[in-house]
Structures are given as structure tokens and as C-alpha cells.
Design a protein around this ligand. Sequence first.
Ligand code: PHE
Length: 395
Amino acid sequence: MKKRVLSLVLGVLMSITFISCGSTSSSPSDSKSESSSSESTASGDTIPIGVISPSSGALSDYGIAVNNAIALAIDEINASGGVLGKQIKATYLDDKHDSAEAVNCYNKLKGDKVVAVIGSVASADTSAIASVAAKDGKLILTPTSTNDAITGLGNSIFRACYTDSHQGEIMATFASKNLKAKTAGILYNTTDEYSTGLKDSFESAGKNSGLEITTTEGYGNGDVDFNTQLTKIASLNPDVLFVPDYYGTDTLIASQARAAGYTGPILGADGWDGVIEATDSGSMEALNNCFFSNHYSSDDTSEKVQNFIKAYKDKYDGKTPNALAALAYDSTYMVKEALEKAGATDDASIVKAMTGMTYEGVTGNIALDENRNPKKGAAIIEIKDGKYTWNSTVE
Ligand code: PHE
């Protein structure tokens, strides 16, 4: 009897795992009818690509933006004739910002014989996927994962964004040059690759620019109470406080830091994108005097950026695309270009075509170096009275 119950439970669990990574329910609204197909890459009149993103869970704002932007780019590409005479067809899978789930998603897409995967979003999840995909030689293009180690996992792993050593350095330099800071505190997630990578790069870049790190405090995944660490930080009162995490945690830390009496600038990196949307109006003041590095600014007046913003807004109820959407949009066009250049859909040809690519996108010029990372500038965004405002651009 026990056995039967157990196998029933296991069966249900297995089917949940399968459904969550086999379902397309969290894909962009107009792509809902798409299902994962088992067409082979070489036959049929569509070219299947896979998308992995956290369209539910703690980073769902990111996953949805990425899916929306990819769907927009694919619509544009297909409307203008597709690629290699075929239409691109995407399968969107939800990794829920869970690394084991991300690997399930990858394996599912591999079974569906997608020619390339765009994803995932958070560094920890992309890292897990890349470790597996590198052995397959399957092209993985992460639009947004900045952790340095990811592209080193294999020759088929690329990114459209800059790395954490770059943004950590940008923020340390910004602290010492622009804000004239001499001392810094760091509060970071000791259990997350993105957060630890940024802490390391900020720390080492700080050393080079004469910024003394006077206190480093940590916490773990899922923590919501940072009072002990922030009380200590407030009493030491460093000139700036660096908080490298994602929006849901950043908003908690900012308001608890202000409550603990820390009034100095709080600095972050791209994971701060979305923090305003995650903060209710009563706590918005806590975000004043916060600065973070990002991949693009919607204030950019260039025609390319403004055309993208208009197309995105037209398709998605007037919503302004965030940096993740911009990077995902560029990534889709990079995959298109690789397919065109390859003239084929096998893994080796597509990977070869992506290697060393230069693409002029809405997030700037993306020139992939020999380590499959682009060299790119960054925008520094300041939060003022509930608005993201462009502060400066670092080339
Ligand atoms: N860079 C983040 C990561 O690696 C993801 C991210 C990209 C967040 C862009 C916001 C904007 O996990």
C-alpha cells in the first residue's frame, strides 16, 4: 500500500516537473498557442529555437520581459521573410529561477531538437544549463547573465551582455570618482553566484581606485530580515553601500537600511532593474540616492532605441521595455544573423557563425571577443522620486 502511494506521489511529482518545463503557458500572450514541437532541425518549414527564462517565481518580471521581447523580434523577422526561407518558431520554457528546473528545460528543448537556446536570465540558472549544453556543443546565448565564469564553460556558450567584473568595476569607479567615496560597505547574498561574483569584482576594483571596504556582511537565499547586518553597517557609516542582488531583495534592503539610519548612497548592479516596480509608494523614498549599472536606458534618444521602445509599447499595452527586454531583443537578432551566416542549422555551423560576431543592437555595439563576451558600455541609472533617471554612460 505504502509503495503504491509513494509511486503515485512520485508520478504526480514527475508529471509536475514535466508540465512546468513542458508548458508554454507563461509565454507571451500571442505565442500561447505555440507548443513544443518535435520537428527535426533540418526538415519542416520552421526553424525551432528554445527560450528559457523565469516567467514565474521571484524573477518573473525579468522572464516575462525577455519572452515578450523575443516574441516581438521573431514576429518582425518572420514578417520580413524569416530566415533561410523558413519561419522561426520559439518554445518558451519557465525555469522559475531554479537551476535544476533550468536543466530540465534545456533537456526538454534538446529533445525537441531546437537549433539554439536563448537563456536563461539569472546567472546561477544559465550556469547550470551551460555546464550541460557545453558538452552537447549546443549554442546557448544568454541575453542577460553577467557572471564571469559562464562563457568559460564551453565554446558554444555566448552572452549579449557585459560581465560582472565590468559592472563591479564601473560601480567602484563611480563611487570613488563621481561620488568621491573613500569607504564602502558591502551587503551580499553569500549563496548566489551573481551576488558573490559582483562582490568580488567590486572589492578588487575598489582596491585599485582607492576605495576602502570597511565592512562586508552576508545573508542567504530567501532571507528577508537584514536588520542585524544593517545596524552594524549604519553604525560604521561607510560613504557608500554596495548591494549586489535582484530587485525583490534590493527593495527590502533599501528600506531596512534607511530604517536603520543609513542615509548614504546605495549602489547596485543590473539586478536593481525592476526595483521601483517592486516597491510600494509608501517606501519609495528609501530608493532615493540609489544608483545602479544597467545595459541600456530608455531615455536614449537614438532612433534604433526609440523604434524598439515604440514597437514594444505598441505590442505590450504601452509598457516600457526594461534592459532585459532590450538584451533579449538583440539576442534574437544575433541568433538570426548566425543562422543566416551559417546557411545551415546544425550545432557546429551555428556556433561557428556566432563566434566573433559583431552586432549593432539597441543595447549598443555587441562585439564578441575570443571568450564569447561582448565589450560594451554601461548606463548608470539613478533613482529619483520613484523614477529611473539616466545619470551617466560609461564607455
Ligand atoms: N545580470 C543578472 C544575472 O546575471 C540578470 C540581469 C540582467 C538582471 C539585466 C537585470 C538586468 O543574474
